[in-house]
Structures are given as C-alpha cells and as structure tokens.
Design a protein around this ligand. Structure first.
Ligand code: NAP
Length: 313
C-alpha cells in the first residue's frame, strides 16, 4: 500500500468513512458488521478513519473508538465539528451550523471524551458557518492545537476563496473535499490551491454514495430512512445521465479486472492533489473490494475514456 508521509504520521491512501457507523440516514444497517469493518480495516493496515461529532449525534465517534480499542491511539482519526444538533423525540434531529470559537472549543472536548483520546490526529471545520468569521474558527482550532488537543487542523466543504481566507489565520494541514467522477468542481481551483499551500486533500464520497459501485440502476428504490431517496444524483433524469458513467466504469473494469468501485477509487487516487480517499463501507467485503483499488492498474487511455475525452477504449 502506497503511504505518503504526513507530518509525523504515515497515512494509508484509503481511509474508512465512518459516517455509516452513526447508523442514521443510510438505510439498511448492521451495527455489528459496521464495527467489524472498522476492526478489519485496522488489521489490514488502513489507518485513516473519518468521523464527525454530528454523525449519529456522537455515536459514530463513540463506536469508532470502541471498535478500534487500543488501536485508536495509533490510528489517524479525522473528526469534525461545526454542526450543532438538537435531538428530537421523533424523526430527525434539528441541525444548524455553529463554528464560533466557543462552540469549537467545547466540541473538541466532547470529541476527545467520545473518542477516549488525549489528542485527536486531525480536527476540521465541517462546513463554513456564514455567521462566524473564518479567522475566529481557525484561531480556535489553532489554540486547541497549541494546547496539544489536536495535531493537525483543517477545513471541509470550503470553496477555494474560503480556504484562502482560512489559511491566513493559521497553517492548515487538511482539506476534506467531495470529489468523484460525477463531481469534479474541485479540479479547477481548489486542488491547485491546496497544492500551492501544501494542504493535504482527503476526498470523500468517492462512489457518489454507492452509485458508482454499479449496483444501482433506474429501478432501484430507497426508503425514507436512506438519504439516497433525496440525493440529486439518484433522481431519475440525473440518474440516467450518471448511469452512462457507470457503464464506462464497467467497461474499464472488465478490461483490467477491477470492479466499478475499484475503478472509481483508482481514478481519484491518480490525481496528484489527492493524499487519501475516504470511502464509506458497511461491511468488510465492501472495504476489501475498495482496498483492491490501491493496486493502481489504470492506464492513461482508461482515464481518458472515463473523463469522456475519447469514445472508445
Ligand atoms: N466532510 C463531509 O462533509 C462529508 C460528507 C459526507 C461523507 N463524508 C465522509 O466520507 C465518507 C464516505 O463518503 P460517503 O459515505 O458519503 O460515500 P461513498 O464512500 O461514495 O459511498 C459509500 C457507500 O457506498 C456503498 N459501497 C461502498 N463500497 C462499496 C462496494 N465496494 N460495493 C458496493 N457498494 C459499496 C455503501 O452503501 P450501500 O451498501 O448501502 O450502497 C457505502 O455506505 C463518509 O463515511 C464520511 O466519513 C464526509
């Protein structure tokens, strides 16, 4: 497994997304299997685990820590704050953005407690908060770093302009960015800026929430407890368009002996700005399939075909 250096740590190029561990809004879910997936990842040398305080309203952080046991101290855990929640008796919790210094400082303490750690490897602002000046948020994170509670700091879902602003307040280590074959906006400004500023990029949503695995088609239906019933890429018109990309993944996969998910992840890993791909997985089988992408079999012609630059492989 190729392992780029990251400060004192060595990151695996594939990380495990642990939002699913929170157990909400992802449809059918087996908690034991999800915990087993975390342990399996750790046993296989995957050391990057991505979570957030709001995932499962704290339960993703707690279960990640429990699943890893003592290995949690050696793992590179990325967590995030900046979305507050009010639990509801019925239905989904109410969430709202708050990246104020007071809330960030409190959120770091709560994450440390749930993760049962003295220091979190990386802590990010989950989403920009329009009500809080970016400098206030970043300075609060920087104070936590100075106090030894966080090792690396960063942002998630920031535009290039927001990232530029944030980077004037303190040295940023990380940007978490949504990026996949269907969503490539980051290529234009964000990725070049990250490279220029020396900020590591962790990509999330590499499979467009499972769509690029090739197992969904226009007959697929999702329940109201599964976010995919409302996500734009699964709506009928967009889905028809997106399935053409899936067919290209399948074509390339057949040529090189990869599954569509492996091709989709490989395509991202080939981008020079990307340090790590965070893929969600609900089972050890999915995790192992995704890890197969690390062999990196894609050739220039495969990438050109996936990019739509040529019509035939
Ligand atoms: N920073 C942020 O704002 C942000 C936002 C979202 C997510 N994230 C992080 O990124 C992680 C990954 O993103 P994501 O979970 O949204 O999307 P994703 O990685 O694109 O898709 C994950 C889903 O795809 C399916 N899947 C995974 N591997 C598969 C395989 N080999 N074959 C078939 N299906 C497979 C699974 O769902 P099914 O089996 O149900 O299809 C899985 O839950 C999250 O867990 C979270 O840690 C961060």
């Amino acid at each position: 497994m190729e392992t780029p250096q990251f400060g004192l740590s060595t990151l695996s190029r594939l990380g495990l997304g642990c939002e699913q561990l929170g157990g909400t809004d992802w449809g059918k879910f087996d908690i034991q299997q999800a915990m087993q997936t975390v342990r399996h990842a750790s046993d296989c040398g995957i050391n990057v685990f991505d979570t957030a305080d709001v995932y499962g309203l704290g339960s993703s952080e707690e279960l990640l820590s429990r699943s890893l046991g003592q290995n949690r101290k050696r793992a590179f855990i990325i967590s995030k704050c900046g979305i507050r929640w009010e639990a509801a008796k019925h239905g989904r919790a109410r969430t709202f953005r708050d990246a104020s210094a007071a809330y960030v400082t409190q959120a770091v303490e709560s994450s440390l407690r749930r993760l049962r750690l003295e220091t979190i490897s990386a802590y990010l602002v989950h989403w920009p908060d329009p009500k809080t000046p970016i400098a206030e948020t970043i300075e609060a994170l920087e104070s936590c770093r100075q106090a030894g509670k966080i090792r690396f700091i960063g942002v998630s879902n920031f535009s290039a302009n927001q990232l530029q602003d944030a980077s004037t307040a303190a040295r940023l280590d990380f940007a978490e960015v949504r990026y996949n074959l269907l969503e490539r906006e980051a290529e234009t400004r964000l990725f070049p800026l990250c490279r220029q500023l020396g900020i590591a990029v962790a990509v999330y949503g590499p499979l467009a929430q499972g769509l690029l695995s090739g197992k969904y088609d226009s007959d697929s239906r999702f329940g109201s407890d599964d976010r995919r019933h409302r996500l734009p890429q699964f709506q009928p018109q967009a889905l028809e368009r997106n399935l053409k990309t899936v067919r290209r993944l399948q074509m390339v996969g057949r040529r090189i002996g990869y599954s569509p998910a492996q091709v989709a992840i490989s395509w991202i890993l080939a981008h020079p700005a990307v340090s790590c791909v965070i893929a969600g997985a609900k089972s050890p089988q999915q995790l192992m399939e995704n890890a197969g992408a690390l062999k990196g079999k894609l050739q220039t012609r495969d990438r050109a075909y996936l990019n739509g630059e040529i019509e035939n492989l």
